[in-house]
Write a protein that binds this ligand. Structure first.
Ligand code: M6R
Length: 609
């Protein structure tokens, strides 16, 4: 959740650290700090608030030293404050540490350290780390860190520097992302690639329990047993510009507009010439294994969970395998009955969501087949399953997920089609029909984007409401939930997503005059039922906004506003409806003056439980 960065080289470290932190602040932004070694002094700058505030405190032109570490925080232990912000130091002021994760046994360690005379200045779990390293330090920082790790329980990505070894950083990780950046006469570390893209595109991903000693000219890595590790260096193809807004007012709008490309990329090379077959070698399942699967569980959190719910419908409908979707935090402690014929699919944009990774680990412990649908190549989840279907949505910076969601739905279609073809539950001609429409999706998304003005008008019309309802049936039900989540997380309007048939079992009591109800009422076998639900809500005075097919000339009679999607195969309509709802949420939040890209209390990657 927090972001850490580090630099060692021959340049002034301070502006590099600040710039790197600014690119990481989507991981958390309630306080920030850096520490730089200046000759024989450690200079520490910390503040509650954003990295921008930290930048204002510091004279960036003053060369404060060429080795440093930095941190942007999303509080877990201790309130957001200067005292609790990182870096943290020990008593003697020689060790500085930044940390992402949670030290589970910090209370007992803290008590022990206080008993030996250590004085603590924060409420954080992190602060035990520099105190322990200081105790273990006898002139060799790497060894002191290794000895300290023996005492820590929990998850961590840590970067450490020492006043007495000023040209070096030591970094280590367990269950947390940590990337090393390889420069020319300088090296970097960060929780995530965008932090260092401006400086280098050569990266190496650290694995659990490795310890890296980083100097300006070398990076030496040892594994948990002390053996040397030869790491693969990867070249990242995103350029630094991709991490910027490219002229859009917000990252969210930019990312909504990137969906035609994201969908095209996700399909690319995975559909055969004959247009009836799907090629997903990466899912790691033989035809025999696909035939032996008796149950599919799709697990995820937040928006990815709504893709999972949709995936459940697709797999049941196309591949005829019993399927269910489970929120990862429920699966991980669920004591489920799982076996080797169960396929567990984890969906995650970031690949770092702690609950999703834990759910996948739980499934593995029951010998299930596992796979992940992930967006970030080399992210944490990919270390827990060899079978990863990447969504290729590209870097997503806005906290609210958009292009990753629609790419996940497209990936789930491909998976369901492949399984359906192998199991013979879908004919080549049915498969070809869906594939032909999948290919048309990017163009249809463009059509929606070109008509955004109409969506904006509707958003503004209803923006003053305190409550919103979203209803849908079947594959439109997860879209109703996602529409509600999008609106609430960025505009702070209370919104509920409901299966339309459930309205009369409770929520109708809240439907009073003027409450907007978004009814996803595209043509399918529940269309008439949706019309009945619309009438029910209208009878209570609600204002209904329908999401409807272009060709539906009937719907206007029953509703107040209609937002249209191009006609397509009924199973692909959720992709298009989701984009309309993303724009509805975006324009509402923008009209209300909300901080669209960084909603309060939320972070992009939820790497703690
Ligand atoms: O990176 P993940 O897909 O695993 O993230 C899961 C959720 O944290 C994420 O979808 C969250 O709900 C977004 N803020 C939704 O817009």
């Amino acid at each position: 959740m927090c972001g850490i960065v580090g630099y060692v080289g021959n340049r002034n470290a301070t502006p590099i650290l600040i710039e790197s932190l600014e690119r990481l602040d989507y991981r958390g932004y309630d306080s920030a700090g850096i520490a730089v070694i200046d000759g024989c002094e450690v200079s520490l700058y910390k503040t509650a608030g954003s990295v921008g505030k930290l930048r204002q405190m510091i004279d960036l032109n003053k060369n404060g030293g060429c080795t440093g570490i930095g941190h942007t925080r999303w509080a877990t232990h201790g309130k957001p404050s200067r005292e609790n912000s990182h870096p943290h130091m020990g008593d003697k002021g020689i060790i500085a540490v930044v940390h992402n994760g949670i030290i589970e046994n910090y209370e007992e360690l803290k008590e022990e350290l206080i008993g030996r005379g250590h004085v603590f200045s924060s409420e954080t779990d992190t602060e035990v780390i520099p105190h322990l390293i200081e105790e273990n330090y006898g002139g060799d920082l790497e060894r002191a860190v290794a000895l300290t790790l023996e005492r820590l329980r929990g998850s961590y990505a840590i970067a450490v520097m020492c006043k007495d070894e000023p040209d070096k950083l030591v970094a280590t990780t367990k269950d947390m992302p940590l990337v090393l950046g390889i420069g020319n006469g300088e090296n970097y570390l960060a929780s995530d690639v965008p932090a260092m893209l401006k400086f280098t595109n050569k990266v190496s991903y650290m694995c659990d329990e490795e310890i890296a000693v980083i100097t300006s000219s070398s990076i030496c890595i040892k594994n948990g047993s002390g053996g040397s590790v030869d790491k693969k260096i990867e070249t990242v193809t995103w350029d630094a510009k991709a991490a910027e807004k490219a002229g859009y007012e917000h990252f969210m709008l930019k990312e909504i507009h990137e969906q035609p490309h994201a969908i095209r990329e996700t399909l690319s090379g995975r559909i055969s010439e004959l247009e009836a077959e799907i090629k997903l070698k990466e899912i790691g399942l033989t035809e025999r294994q696909i035939n032996s699967i008796s149950r599919v569980i799709i697990t995820a959190c937040g928006t990815s969970y709504y893709a999972a719910v949709l995936g459940r419908y697709l797999i049941e409908k196309i591949a005829r395998i019993p399927a269910e979707a489970m929120v990862s935090s429920e699966l991980r402690y669920g004591e489920l009955v799982l076996d080797e014929n169960t396929l567990v699919i984890a969906i995650t944009q970031s690949g770092e969501t702690a609950d999703t990774i834990a759910a996948l680990k739980e499934a593995k412990s029951h010998a299930c087949h596992t796979m992940a649908i992930a967006n970030v190549v080399g992210s944490g989840i990919t270390r827990h399953t060899n079978n990863v279907l990447y969504t290729r949505a590209g870097l997503e910076i806005c906290v609210a997920a958009t292009k990753s969601f629609t790419s996940q739905i497209v990936a789930l279609h491909l998976l369901a089609l492949q399984m359906g073809r192998v199991r013979g539950t879908i004919t080549p001609s049915q498969s070809k029909q869906i594939i032909t429409q999948l290919r048309k999706l990017p163009g249809q998304v463009m059509e929606i984007l070109e008509k955004s003005r109409g969506i904006e008008k509707v958003a503004v019309k209803y923006a003053a409401n305190e409550h919103y309802f979203f209803i849908g049936r079947g594959i439109n039900y997860p879209i109703a939930m996602e529409g509600a989540l999008k609106l609430k997380e960025i505009s702070y309007i209370h919104a509920e997503g409901y299966p339309a048939g459930e309205l009369k079992h409770g929520p109708l009591a809240l439907l009073t005059a003027g409450v907007p109800v978004v009814a996803i009422s595209t043509y399918d076998n529940t269309y008439d039922k949706m019309l009945s639900n619309i009438k029910e809500t209208k009878a209570r005075g609600a204002d209904v906004i329908a999401i409807a097919d272009e060709s539906d000339t009937n719907i206007e009679k029953y509703v107040d506003d209609v937002l249209r999607i191009p006609d397509t195969h009924e199973m692909l309509k959720p992709v298009l409806s989701a984009i309309v709802l993303q724009l509805l949420a975006y324009y509402t939040a923008r009209h209300l003056g909300c901080e669209v890209d960084r909603p309060r209390n939320l972070a992009k990657s939820v790497t703690v439980e």
